[in-house]
Ligand binder design. Sequence first.
Ligand code: SAM
Length: 246
Amino acid sequence: MPVFFITADQVQDDTVRIEGPLLHHLRNSLRCQVGEEIWLGDGARRRYRVQIVGINRRVLSGRVLERQRMPSSGSPALTIGQALLKGERMDWVIQKASELGAASLIPLVSRHVIARPRADRLVPQQQRWQRIALEAAQQAERWEVPVVHATCEATEFFAEQPIHTVSLILSERGDGHSLTSVALPRGPEGRVAIAVGPEGGWTEEERRSALQCGFKPVTLGTRILRAETAALAAVSILQSRLGELG
Ligand code: SAM
């Protein structure tokens, strides 16, 4: 069943108010009626079974019939640091990583990034990517919405390594552990980070900086993959190994 995301403040005691784009979707696209039941999620591991008690052009009012909490996840949270990619490729990585269960996504600026963001575009771009992540999480019927963080320098991301249990950098050339066998944490308190380079790859300095911060170089084999392909393959392998896929 589809679960539509709302924000926790839209639930007051046993009533729910929905306005804006979700109201439009429920009223005009899905033609929801009074008396029908819908499922809502607040993106923070809670779900509500709601009966519609009123719906018009301005607002949908609902009554909470049932509350559910996300079953406790037994897996580490996965963070993807993705160097900015041109055009829709970045949207695509955010969408696929969100469907596959990533907990957070951090767009990175590195030396070989082709599509450098203009300062005045950073916030609208982050908001747009957050919408893509929300829609992908809704489509995947996830309990949580991945957080798309503000774009930052790759070296800043590397320096944050200590907040993660294991930090990996996808390194297309040279040595590296296989992603299928590198040691990973177990249990929900673990946090795994992986950095994926831009179309032009990491510079030697960036790679060295990541290793000095405690990142481990990992390889996907000898084929040189497009960045978006590498991101999808890496997230799939990691999520499978962490017990979150298949
Ligand atoms: N311009 C680079 C070169 O020719 O060396 C290739 C960069 S590749 C297109 C883009 C990114 O995808 C890389 O920075 C890396 O993060 C990842 N990647 C691609 N193939 C990979 C592989 N076989 N192993 C690990 N990472 C890979």
